[in-house]
Design a protein around this ligand. Structure first.
Ligand SMILES: Cc1cc2nc3c(=O)[nH]c(=O)nc-3n(C[C@H](O)[C@H](O)[C@H](O)COP(=O)(O)O)c2cc1C
Length: 405
């Protein structure tokens, strides 16, 4: 997972801020290694000078904070900010017009800014001001921002109705495709809130409290300081190109994009003898009486960091093939094991979302017994036939889970 600092747009948009304040903001961003500074367009030249020679990017807000400026004014401000060094443009959506249903006008406004920024190689984040919108309006705003070419959708200005919420971030994440990122901003003042936003799907955090946010509590394990992880994926479906494979592929794509290494085993194709409770392992330091393909999987429990179970629901549980492999983990020497966390990915045929509950309970009980932390569960309903999962929101969730591990 990338460092928490690299999620932060270190932000100062207060109308009382002056040149010295922006210079200080930039010094802090350099010192702490933040991704970007976010400033009013007036201060882009100041930031450029202060950040000279560093890799901290400059984001400029546009049409801020009301979004109600004319499109021409926004385009001019965008071009001006880009010419002065802004690599990212955080524009405010014309949300008054959106609420009245003028979707085409809102789309045109975003598109004009995206096109203007693109001339300079800059990307656009669209601030929706989610606190002022209904869920339906948030979904509409996400979709039209994506269609207009936005790189990000962003929750709030911090000057309007309410700030970022976990609900809004989750909804935005689910409403855009994997190529559009989500920025949470407005009212994020502590590490706990920032982590909750990232867990909900945020790729970037806009905050003036970045320094506080990135300060790990003493003795706290930070998931952000670790390097690439090794991930063991146990594919439990007998179908190699079915829904489970698609879900596991999405997860692996995300994990690999984040720099992790995945090791996939198709347990249905492996020779794994069921556990016979012979107790050989308890008398032989964990060695199993069956020297079969399970040894390959077991060895990864002592080298990898995370284990992923990918299985369709078969009568409220795992497939027999996967369950057979799980039972063979009775011989694992838990104190020597490096795997610390687990994930469950599971498609199923029914539309009733309570169907996987017994399986998820069993997964949690089993992993809790072994001592693995549950890092996430992604289920996909209404996937009876191979290919039914295409376009399912669970694919986005699985990809995201892999990427944010
Ligand atoms: C033996 C068996 C039992 C199943 N039991 C259930 C079930 O209890 N509930 C459900 O919703 N789907 C059930 N299904 C459907 C599968 O979960 C669904 O087809 C899934 O997408 C298959 O994944 P795959 O394409 O990766 O094999 C069952 C399928 C089989 C073959």
């Amino acid at each position: 997972m990338k460092k928490l600092e690299k999620y932060i747009d270190h932000t100062l948009l207060k109308p009382t801020a002056g040149i010295a304040d922006i210079q200080k903001l930039c010094e802090e961003a350099k010192e702490h290694g933040f991704y970007a500074v976010c400033v009013n367009s007036r201060f882009v030249p100041v930031a450029r000078e202060a950040l000279e020679g560093s890799d901290v990017k400059i984001a400029s807000v546009i049409g801020f904070p009301l979004g109600a400026m004319s499109t021409e004014a926004k385009v001019f401000e965008t071009e001006n900010a880009c010419q002065n060094g802004a690599a990212e443009i955080d524009m405010v959506l014309e949300y008054g017009l959106l609420k009245e249903g003028h979707k085409q006008a809102v789309f045109d406004d975003v598109k004009a800014v995206v096109d203007a920024a693109a001339k300079y190689g800059s990307i656009v984040k669209v601030i929706l001001e989610t606190g002022a919108l209904t869920d339906g309006e948030i979904v509409d705003a996400c979709k039209l921002s994506e269609e207009a070419g936005a790189a990000f959708v962003k929750t709030s200005t911090g000057f309007g109705a309410g700030g970022a919420t976990v609900h809004a971030v989750e909804l935005m994440r689910a409403s855009v495709g994997p190529n559009v990122q989500v920025k949470a901003s407005g009212g994020i003042r502590d590490r706990e809130t920032a982590l909750a936003m990232i867990k909900a799907g945020a790729d970037r955090i806009g905050a003036s409290a970045g320094i506080e946010i990135c300060k790990a509590a003493e003795g706290e394990d930070s998931p952000f300081e670790e390097g690439p992880k090794n991930i063991l994926v146990l594919m439990g479906s007998p179908k190699m190109s079915g829904n489970t494979a698609a879900l596991a592929d999405a997860f692996c794509r995300g994990a690999e994009a984040a720099g992790h290494k995945v090791h996939v085993f198709n347990v249905a194709n492996m020779n794994i003898h069921p556990c016979t409770d012979c107790r050989y392992c308890s008398e032989h330091g964990g060695a199993c009486v069956y020297q079969d393909d399970m040894q390959q999987i077991l060895s990864h429990l002592y080298t990898d960091d995370v284990i992923v179970f990918a299985t369709p629901v078969y009568f409220y549980g795992f497939t027999a093939q996967l369950k057979t492999a799980l039972d063979r983990m009775i011989c694992v020497r838990t104190s020597a094991m490096t795997v610390k966390g687990s994930i469950l990915l599971s498609p199923y045929g029914d539309t009733d979302t309570t169907v996987p509950v017994p399986m998820v309970d069993m997964y949690k009980a089993f992993t809790g017994y072994i001592g693995w932390e549950n890092l996430g569960v992604v289920t996909a309903e209404n996937c009876m036939d191979p290919g039914d999962i295409q376009g399912h929101k669970a694919l986005v969730k699985a990809e995201r889970l892999g990427r944010t591990l």
